[in-house]
Write a protein of this length. Structure first.
Length: 94
């Protein structure tokens, strides 16, 4: 699923590459480029930025240039909704 499509589904704003194809939701510890993770605090956001993954984060965190971000007031809830959507698709894909 493309970032902008997921943003529309989750009713979130997005920044970065709206055409980015997201393969799956991944935990922060193993998230990589083409995957979606979430961050609720500055330390987690820095780790997500280093991973290259797209991140769901509050608006207060500044997006690194090369990263795509979904803005959500409750990142954990938005990630859960994305995972719920993924379970309705073949092999958990977004």
């Amino acid at each position: 699923m493309r970032l902008r499509e997921l943003a529309e589904q989750l009713k979130c704003e997005w920044e970065g590459d709206g055409d980015l194809n997201l393969a799956r939701v991944a935990p922060l510890e193993s998230a990589a480029a083409g995957e979606l993770t979430f961050a609720e605090n500055p330390k987690a956001f820095a780790a997500a930025a280093a991973s290259g993954a797209c991140v769901i984060a509050p608006a207060a965190y500044r997006r690194p240039e090369a990263q795509s971000v979904l803005r959500a007031p409750e990142p954990r809830l938005a990630a859960a909704r994305a995972m719920s959507s993924a379970t309705k698709r073949p092999r958990g894909a977004l």
